[in-house]
Design a protein. Sequence first.
Length: 177
Amino acid sequence: MHQFRLDSALVYFRMLYEQEPDNQEYIGTIAAIENAQRVQLEQEERLRAAQIELDQFLRTYYDQARLFYDKKYYSAASDLLKLIFDIQPGNEAALALQGEIHAAEERDIAAYTDSAKAAEAAGDRIAIIEACDHVLSLDSSNVWAKQARERALAGMDIAKHLNVGIDLFNKGQTAEA
């Protein structure tokens, strides 16, 4: 009983009680052990219920992170993964998704960078700015994208572009405008 092996202690005290049914110490000890077992079972049940609830929260966070990842909202997906890691740092599914997010971000950055370079070669400043904005949304510290965007903005005569756009619109060429 002192080692908290309550099942064994209960068996032995019941054997003693069968030999001395009038011994109040045995009766009290059996009742105390049964009470301790009941309390222990209640605590274990609460612990199991809490674990189930925690697992459900983690699964919900993971599912939401996966949904954001699938929609290419990498930052939101990463934020949800941080919540999972705060609770369970070694969560394998979350670690795997985190790796997928980093790989997807790198692929997208490379694709938008290539697009910006192609637009730069073609002299399409608007496409350069759009591609650089995408890169910067994925990596706000990307020096090349900041510089390319600034070069495109500096070389753009806004008034000229606005006048050409208005003329094209007046001529019915709305897509080009």
